[in-house]
Write a protein that binds this ligand. Structure first.
Ligand code: SAM
Length: 255
């Protein structure tokens, strides 16, 4: 179950240029509910001190966090066809018995599939800052009778993962939303086992044909600019997804 109190309200957004009436309705509803940045300016009483959210990191504008009302988009029928999610999963080379983290899991599109791949001997740590996303995921896991998922409500600076314990941290369309990228990179690094990996999937900024708003895309160059100085080395790249980069990082020798 979530381990900390509810997160701050988050602003809505939409990703693809062609948006239908349903999306407009969702967006205006979400916008009416909350038009605030992803992280608060100061921490709520009793919580750890969260510094003000960054709007830029190393020259890149940080995107606003996707609101949970947008969750149906994450499990849309066309996602497999558009993003070839099965191929992404295969490229991760997840093994039975592993401890895998789905960072920024949303309503669990990848979490449920990862849970099957690690099997009963393994586990999936599903981390998100929005309790509503975790609730949606728990309902889906219950319905699918999957029991090896641990829900973790992180904060903008702390994913609350046990130190040195994770074989793989998967981030799909999440990293570009981190309001505190440096703190998150540090915390994820601490959570990895010595040969543990990060698998980062981000929509390709270099490719004009990827129909996603620029703010929600990243270039390889920018990704390296952010990961390498934060104690990571690039160990593998998978360039066969239709829309996304998939880059694998391990801890560099020294932070
Ligand atoms: C676009 S959704 C992607 C969900 C999922 N990875 C997928 O591909 O279906 C991004 C998610 O990242 C979460 N998120 C944003 N910042 C986060 C942070 N610092 N720690 C954990 N989750 C975060 C958001 O709440 C949202 O649910």
């Amino acid at each position: 179950m979530p381990t900390v109190s509810a997160p701050p309200p988050l602003a809505a957004r939409w990703w693809t240029a062609p948006c239908c009436a349903l999306w407009l309705t969702l967006i205006s509803l979400a916008g009416a509910l909350a038009e605030q940045p992803a992280a608060p300016d100061s921490a709520p009483a009793g919580d750890e001190a969260i510094p003000p959210a960054k709007s830029k990191y190393k020259g890149r504008e940080i995107a606003v966090t996707m609101h949970y009302l947008g969750a149906p988009w994450l499990v849309r029928e066309s996602r497999q066809r558009e993003e070839d999610c099965a191929r992404l999963l295969q490229a991760l080379d997840v093994k039975p018995g592993q401890v895998v983290c789905d960072m920024g899991c949303g309503n669990g599109f990848y979490t449920l599939q990862l849970a099957k791949l690690v099997g009963e001997q393994g586990s999936v740590l599903a981390v998100d800052i929005q309790s509503e996303m975790l609730h949606l995921l728990s309902e889906r896991a219950k319905e699918a009778q999957i029991n090896n998922i641990q829900l973790v409500q992180g904060t903008a600076i702390d994913p609350k993962l046990p130190s040195g314990s994770v074989d793989l941290i998967l981030l799909v369309d999440v990293y570009h939303e981190f309001s505190h990228p440096q703190q998150m990179l540090k915390a994820m690094r601490q959570a990895l086992k010595p040969r543990g990996r990060i698998a980062l999937a981000e929509f390709r900024l270099e490719d004009r044909n990827v129909p996603i708003k620029l703010l929600h895309k990243m270039s390889k160059q920018q990704i390296l600019k952010e990961f390498l100085p934060n104690g990571y080395k690039l160990v593998e790249q998978f360039d066969k997804l239709p829309w996304q980069h998939l880059m694998f990082f391990e801890r560099a020798e020294s932070p």
